[in-house]
Design a protein around this ligand. Structure first.
Ligand SMILES: [Zn+2]
Ligand SMILES: [Zn+2]
Length: 171
């Protein structure tokens, strides 16, 4: 019972190329095959790292669901319309950034992102997005809201990030 040896042998043989030319055996170490194998693995790792969208501790599926809810243009459109009607502007709820103030009426009017504030762990596919679950945010704050805190591996709430920005302003 030397199964391990057999497996090893198969693996070793696999890294050699055996060719028969005119009845002559030639065995060559299949270097290119090895290199290619390692190369592929590196590609996968790179891809994982390149994906810099942070994943909620609850998992990738919920992150996808969260983003889908934020892309749900109907709810987002309604939210923006409501805020615009009420305040006449779309100010970031975290830092106060207003796209109109910086980019002008023509480019910036009606522009903002929406962040879904409903607890991620309670999100379900069927659930309708409530306007009160959406927060108006600028692009920078939105990225920061999706970034996991280094120590706790949780994401900031709107008010937590607000406190961070406030603290930096008062420095
Ligand atoms: Zn902001
Ligand atoms: Zn978000």
């Amino acid at each position: 019972m030397k199964i391990e040896v057999v497996e090893d042998l198969a693996q070793i043989l696999d890294s050699y190329e055996i060719t028969v030319t005119n009845g002559i055996f030639s065995i060559a170490k299949n270097e290119s095959k090895n290199v290619e194998g390692i190369g592929l693995q590196e590609t996968y790792t790179d891809k994982d790292i390149a994906d810099d969208d942070e994943v909620f501790p609850e998992g990738k599926k919920l992150t996808e669901l969260h983003k889908r809810k934020e892309r749900n243009s109907k709810a987002v459109r309604k939210k923006k319309k409501k805020v615009l009607q009420e305040s006449g502007k779309l100010e970031c709820e975290v830092c106060g950034f207003d796209f109109v103030r910086t980019y002008g009426e023509e480019l910036g009017y009606g522009f903002a992102e929406c962040h879904h504030t409903f607890p991620v762990s309670k999100l379900t596919e069927e659930q309708k997005t409530k306007l009160s679950d959406l927060a108006i945010v600028c692009a920078n704050c939105h990225r920061m809201l999706h970034k996991l805190q280094p120590v706790t591996r949780t994401i900031y709430s709107i008010s937590e990030l607000q406190a961070v920005v406030q603290k930096m302003l008062n420095k």
